[in-house]
Design a protein around this ligand. Structure first.
Ligand code: UP5
Ligand code: MG
Length: 190
């Protein structure tokens, strides 16, 4: 995978900040292939894999699945896609995730898109979503928020220190957020 020198953008933000929604828009306009780590893990869980129960239990507690499981799924998806431009949504979620991904794939992100949103708004969005996700109940949502603050924000801080973070106010409407996203993805004229 490293030999193909793929272009990777990590798309990060709290639960319900709009990562999946905006990634779908970016795919339409900018030719990226989108992989949500959460979606890949849910598909793995539903495939009858030996890790299925473990994944289900971790997700119900809002905990982070061991890096090697998630990284394998991401690598496989990227290799099979045939594309060389990827949006990786909802990963890395811990410093350990980040370091393991770098060590295994030798890939560093072009930049990190960070959707900043208030918890109040994220909670409202998740509770309105109604897509039958087992982790979309108020108890698990609170756990996901806690894990995001404690484990995932440090990843954003790490990339911020490297000047790699592009932050967007994600509490606005879907259209307004995408206008800000477009500015970031549009190549600047020299
Ligand atoms: N919506 C979106 N944008 C809106 C806007 N601007 N205004 C109003 N409404 C908006 O959006 C959520 C809802 O809000 C939708 O109904 C949408 O229409 C609306 P969505 O785009 O789905 O937000 P997203 O940020 O993708 O929310 P999601 O719930 O998917 O985020 P999580 O980060 O919580 O979920 P994920 O699937 O990434 O992870 C789930 C679990 O998997 C984790 O808790 C963890 O247990 C596990 N996991 C790992 O262990 N490792 C990983 O690497 C990844 C996940
Ligand atoms: Mg999502």
């Amino acid at each position: 995978l490293a030999e193909k020198k793929p272009k990777v953008v990590f798309v990060l933000g709290g639960p319900g900040s709009g990562k999946g929604t905006q990634c779908a828009n970016i795919v339409q306009h900018f030719g990226y292939t989108h992989f949500s780590a959460g979606d890949l893990l849910r598909a793995e869980r539903d495939s009858g894999s030996e890790n299925g129960n473990m994944i289900q239990n971790m997700m119900n507690e809002g905990k982070i699945v061991p890096s090697e499981v998630t990284i394998k799924l991401l690598e496989k998806a990227m290799l099979e896609s045939g594309n060389d431009k990827f949006l990786i949504d909802g990963f890395p979620r811990t410093e350990e995730n980040r370091a393991a991904f770098e060590a295994v794939t030798k890939i560093e992100p072009e930049f990190v898109l960070f959707f900043r949103c208030t918890e109040e708004e994220m909670e409202r969005r998740i509770l309105n979503r109604n897509q039958g996700r087992d982790d979309d109940n108020i108890e698990t949502i609170r756990k996901r928020f806690k894990v995001f603050l404690e484990s995932s924000l440090p990843v954003i801080e790490y990339y911020k220190a490297k000047g790699r973070v592009r932050e967007i106010d994600a509490s606005k409407s879907i259209e307004e957020v995408f206008e800000a996203v477009k500015v970031i993805f549009t190549p600047k004229a020299e």
